[in-house]
Every structure is written in structure tokens, then in C-alpha cells.
Write a protein that binds this ligand. Structure first.
Ligand SMILES: Cc1cc2nc3c(=O)[nH]c(=O)nc-3n(C[C@H](O)[C@H](O)[C@H](O)COP(=O)(O)OP(=O)(O)OC[C@H]3O[C@@H](n4cnc5c(N)ncnc54)[C@H](O)[C@@H]3O)c2cc1C
Length: 457
């Protein structure tokens, strides 16, 4: 019998589990000719990105090579970007004009940053979605401390060390918590000219509380935790326009920030947004109980499945499954099982999933979590957070590496080496930005002046 062509787009939380399920079953491997396509050749463990951004976990330790997985599971993998999906012709167009036909398609391409058409947002803020975003963020923070150390006035230091995070959801809060811990407890003691009052971290959130997805008592706990550490919270504040280094709010005020990070939301990638399918307000594709995409009339499209962050699966209470890694994993496992059972001529019950809860890391030694309805916060919650993510890491090697990172971070001094070239981290405008003049370097900009004092800048 000729094998059926199964094409999996995206090797993230959802796609990886579809591929692994097929690879683990001899019968499924004999039935399906499976091809996994991802624009990267690695899987990235997003929940640990904030930890990477402050150097608590090493960059490479949260990525896992998809090619290794494919080799061990006897499936094919290519690194390429899907640019168009033709549902009529049953083929996918790739970045280099390669056309890949399929019999069954699993779309699991995750999400991209949503700027909600706020003018200047994309140009003047930094996203926080990928391992590269996290890596550059860390390098930038350390580099700005190096510049602030050489600045001549308090105003200059304050300008350089003003960090603003737009979006007070889980990601924004985790980034702010890790950042404030890093700058105050690890970097500050190493930079004698920088004072605590020179640093500012601000979260701008449109809602009336941070982490709207968490229970209100946890939002209040995290709010107190951050404010105690000096984070400024601007709640009920919508960013309406962003200029270089300045955010305009709906109430007419502005907030200055040398580094502005945008964590306000996500949407499906363009390759999914273009599809003639039924979708909900946030752009996710409506799927039925078997994760099949629904057409605009609400009819399932045979053999086209959508899962993970780009899928909207209706729950019994009438709401949609949240776009979380645990939802993506559950969907990936369900579709994997469906396809394995299909190879055996059997079917599976419909998809049902109840999230176990949530875990929000607040930097070293603190977290809030809710697991199976039980809330917890503080040090024990942090230990559970670390243990839960260790267990979820893909492969023993990554588990060992991340485990050692956590231990080292607890016991040893923070490594503040910054190995990237300053030009890789700061824009030309930032390097040339005039921050005022001081008595010793009259007329020269801090960035460019400090730059001239180092090799390789
Ligand atoms: C900073 C951060 C922190 C997070 N923290 C948490 C957390 O603590 N808990 C939690 O539950 N969730 C968290 N999430 C959300 C979680 O990561 C997502 O819900 C989850 O990754 C969704 O899985 P997915 O498989 O749909 O997409 P992803 O895991 O994002 O995988 C999508 C894959 O598709 C690939 N791809 C994209 N476009 C294309 C294309 N056109 N062609 C080919 N390949 C493509 C990508 O390279 C990627 O490998 C976090 C996300 C971020 C960004």
C-alpha cells in the first residue's frame, strides 16, 4: 500500500508531539510518510525564555535539535518556512518556491507578536518571542550598564537604564520580575557608579490588573511583589503611539524608555491568517472536536488539522482553550493518537482538555502557581516551578543542563560577561544618541564616546 503523505508544519509544542507519536509507532510509520517542516531546525522551550534573558539559564539549554528527533523517530525533516497553504490543491508553498503536496496536513505554526496596529509599535519596540530576542535582551541590559557606568550625569544613567514593558500578561510580568532581580541584585553591586535610583522598570497594562488570566489574589500578590521591588505599574493604560524611546498613552501622558519591550499579545502567523477558514476575534482558526479546521460555513475541512496557538477549540463552558504550551501539548498528543489509530483502522474519542493550572515565575526563589485548583506562592512555588519545567524539558541532556543552571544560579555569582559586539545590540541612533555633555568629554555622545574606548565596538 502506498503511504499517505502527512505534512506537519511547525515543530513546536504541538507539532513535536504529533511527530513523536507517529515516530513511536511502527504501524503508524508504515502507514504515514511523515514530513516535518519548521523555519528553525530546533524546538524552543518558551516558558524558560525570561530565565534565558537574564542569564539564569543558558541559551542553548532550552533548545532541542529537531533533526535529532526526526532521525531517532524515522521521520523526515526540512528546515524551511511555509509561505502559503493551498487547501484546494492540497499543497504548501515554501520560502524557496518549493511545493510540498500532502494528503493530511497538521498546521502547528504557533503565533507571532501582535502589535494591534499601534503606530510605531513594531519599529520602536523589541519583541520577546524567540531565543534570539531573549539573548539580545540580556546582552543589551548588560551593555547599557557598561555605558551607564561611564556616563557623566545622573540624567544620562537614568535615561540609559529606563526599561518599559508594554503588556502585563504572564510574559511581561515574568520578564519584569527576572529583570528587576538581575539589575538590582546581580548587576548593581558590580557597577560602582550606578545607583539603585538610576534604574527604572515600568509595566504598562491596559487592564485594571496584571496577569488577567490568573486568579485575582495572585494578581494582587504579584502586584505587591513587583511594587515592593521598585517596579512601576501603570494599570488601565493603553499605548496609543510609540516613538523612539517614548510611549504615548491614551490619557495623554507619555512614558520614556531607552528599552521598550512589547509583550502585549500574539496572533497567528500570516501563513495561517491568509487561509479561508472560520476564525475567532483574536485570529485563531476554529477547530472541531477532532481538531479539524472549520471552513467559513462551519464545516470541517477533511484531513486539515490546526493545533496549538493558532487553533481555537471550544470548551464545554463556551470559552476557548487558552493559548498555552500545555494546551498545545495536549492537542499534539491527541492528533498524534488519532493518526496512529487511523493507521490501525481505529478511531479515538473527541479532544477534551482541562488545563492543570498555571505557573508564573517571579525570578530567583519566587513564583505563584495554581495546580488543580490549589494556589501557592513563594519559595516552595518556585521549587515546583523549576521541577515542573525540568520534567517538561525535551530529552535527558536538556534536563541535566537546565537542572545544573538552576543550581549554579542559586549558588554562584551571576556571570555578567557580554560577548556580543555593541553594534549588534544597539542601533546607530542609540549609539549616536546625544545624552548631554559632561565636564570631561565635552560635546560627545555617551554611546559613541564609551564605544571609542573599547576594541571591537
Ligand atoms: C516568552 C514566552 C513565555 C511563555 N511562557 C509560557 C508559560 O510559562 N506557560 C505556558 O503554558 N505557555 C507559555 N508560553 C506560550 C507557549 O510557548 C505557547 O502557547 C506554545 O509554544 C504554543 O505551542 P505551538 O506548538 O502552537 O507553537 P510554538 O511552540 O511556538 O511552535 C511553532 C513552531 O512553528 C514554527 N513556524 C512558525 N511559522 C512557521 C512557518 N511559516 N513555516 C514553518 N515553521 C513555522 C516555529 O519555528 C515553531 O517551531 C510562553 C510563550 C512565550 C513567547
Amino acid at each position: 500500500m502506498e503511504k499517505k503523505r502527512l505534512l506537519i508544519l511547525g515543530g513546536g509544542f504541538a507539532g513535536l508531539d504529533v511527530a513523536r507519536s507517529i515516530g513511536n509507532s511502527k504501524q503508524a510509520r508504515a502507514y504515514w510518510d511523515t514530513l516535518l517542516i519548521d523555519k528553525e531546525n530546533f524546538f524552543q522551550f518558551n516558558p524558560l525564555l525570561p530565565a534565558v534573558a537574564v542569564g539564569a539559564v543558558e541559551t542553548r539549554h532550552i533548545v532541542y535539535p529537531l533533526r535529532d528527533m526526526a532521525r531517532h523517530r524515522h521521520i523526515r525533516f526540512i528546515k524551511n518556512k511555509a509561505t502559503k497553504i493551498d487547501l484546494e490543491r492540497r499543497e504548501v508553498l515554501l520560502h524557496n518556491d518549493l511545493v510540498v503536496p500532502y494528503d493530511t496536513l497538521a498546521i502547528a505554526v504557533g503565533s507571532v507578536t501582535n502589535y494591534y496596529d499601534v503606530p510605531g509599535a513594531q519599529e520602536n519596540t523589541r519583541p520577546f518571542k524567540t531565543i534570539v530576542d531573549a539573548m539580545y535582551f540580556r546582552a543589551r541590559v548588560v551593555e547599557l550598564f557598561e555605558m551607564a557606568e561611564q556616563a557623566e550625569t545622573e540624567d544620562q544613567r537614568k535615561k540609559l537604564l529606563a526599561f518599559v514593558i508594554v503588556g502585563g500578561g504572564v510574559t511581561g510580568v515574568e520578564v519584569a520580575a527576572e529583570l528587576i532581580d538581575m539589575v538590582q541584585n546581580r548587576l548593581l553591586p558590580k557597577y560602582p557608579n550606578v545607583r539603585r535610583t538610576d534604574i527604572s522598570v515600568t509595566i504598562i497594562e491596559v487592564g485594571d490588573r496584571i496577569i488577567p488570566a490568573a486568579r485575582p489574589s495572585h494578581s494582587a500578590y504579584v502586584q505587591r511583589f513587583l511594587v515592593r521591588r521598585g517596579v512601576r505599574l501603570l494599570l488601565g493604560s493603553a499605548a496609543t503611539r510609540i516613538e523612539p524611546k517614548r510611549i504615548h498613552l491614551k490619557n495623554g501622558t507619555t512614558v520614556e524608555g531607552f528599552t521598550i519591550v512589547w509583550t502585549a499579545g500574539v496572533r497567528p502567523p500570516d501563513v495561517v491568517a491568509q487561509l479561508p477558514l472560520m476564525r475567532i476575534k483574536d485570529g485563531r482558526v476554529r477547530v472541531d472536536d477532532y481538531l479539524r479546521a472549520l471552513d467559513p460555513a462551519g464545516k470541517p475541512v477533511e484531513n486539515v488539522f490546526v493545533l496549538g496557538d493558532c487553533a481555537a477549540s471550544l470548551r464545554q463552558d463556551g470559552t476557548y482553550q487558552p493559548a498555552l504550551s500545555q494546551t498545545a501539548i495536549a492537542m499534539g498528543l491527541h492528533l498524534g493518537k488519532q493518526l496512529v489509530e487511523r493507521a490501525k483502522g481505529r478511531s479515538v474519542p473527541p479532544f477534551q482538555f482541562k488545563p492543570a493550572g498555571y505557573i508564573i515565575s517571579l525570578g530567583k526563589n519566587s513564583s505563584v502557581l495554581e495546580l488543580f485548583g490549589i494556589p501557592l506562592s513563594g519559595r516552595l512555588a518556585w521549587l515546583l516551578w523549576a521541577a515542573a519545567y525540568l520534567i517538561k524539558m525535551v530529552g535527558l541532556r536538556k534536563q541535566i543542563e537546565v537542572g545544573i543552571d538552576h543550581l549554579t544560579h542559586l549558588l554562584a555569582e551571576h556571570d555578567s560577561s557580554q560577548i556580543l559586539n555593541r553594534r549588534q545590540i544597539l542601533s546607530d541612533e542609540e549609539l549616536n544618541l546625544s545624552l548631554g555633555t559632561g565636564p570631561h568629554r565635552r560635546g560627545e555622545a555617551v554611546g559613541s564616546t564609551a564605544g571609542k574606548s573599547q576594541d571591537g565596538v
